[in-house]
Design a protein around this ligand. Sequence first.
Ligand SMILES: [Cu+2]
Length: 323
Amino acid sequence: MVAESSEVRPTAVRRSASPGAGARRGRRVGRLAGLGFGGAALLVLLTGCDVGAAFGGFGWPQGGITPEARRMYDLWIASCIAALVVGLLVWGLIFWCIVRYRKRGNELPVQTRYNLPMEFLYTIAPVLIVAVLFYYTAVVQTDVVKTTSNPDVTVEVVAFKWNWQFNYRDGQGEDANTTASVLGTSEVIPILVLPTDRSIRFEETSKDVVHSFWVPEMLFKRDVMPGNIRNVFEVSRLEGEGAYVGRCAELCGSYHAFMNFELRVVSPEKFDRFLAAKQDGASTQDALTAVGEEPYAVKTRPFETRRTEHNFNQGSAAVGAGS
Ligand SMILES: [Cu+2]
């Protein structure tokens, strides 16, 4: 019985040329159609059509406030659609084969081997898919990390355990001068005020260990390194006025979770007035009030650091009380 079913009969192999050819053609046409549809979906999505919103962004955070954030979002959505198209095609073929070629008796089905066009197709198709994904990823990544020679605003981000300082600079690089500065403390969340519709360059440096500057709505974070490393990135513009929480996204010590700041995006006119007030010596809170903004952070608050306590468990008097 076993010997009989595993035996490949020459007649069966020969016969495969005619009935198998139709199935092969159909499958090839199906796969090519899937590829074509996937490519078309990728193109449509990369040109700005937001199908992803209907699917909750396929898990990607929505509501980006920079053109760069939107481009990354579009890339993710397009990649998900392409993956789904390929997935549906493959699942469809699997289930179709399960039903179409289920065991009907002891007769060995048509054996198809050394089918060169088929092997060529399932080697080339994945390579093509990866190449297309790689191409669009490289294009978007290059765009996101691109810097320009003359940004409208340059801000130096100084991270330290466990807070932030934001220095508004009159030029680029270490040699430029700070014209105004915002410094956070344990009691006051630092507010990074920036304008809409202007390109902004962030120059990051750390006083101690590695931190990471992260505003979730920018869909971007970049490590802030100590020493001579000055990490730089730019956003071509901020699109939505409002307040956005910012965080340190690199575990940097025991108070790492307390390193919040607030990004306050205001109109260019308000920003100019805010900066002028700061340069005249006003405090950040006074300057914010002067331009009609909330003086303190609205999206996050200072954490209870308990720095006066000898232990981290206020509810438990026994801990640390014996010394
Ligand atoms: Cu940190």
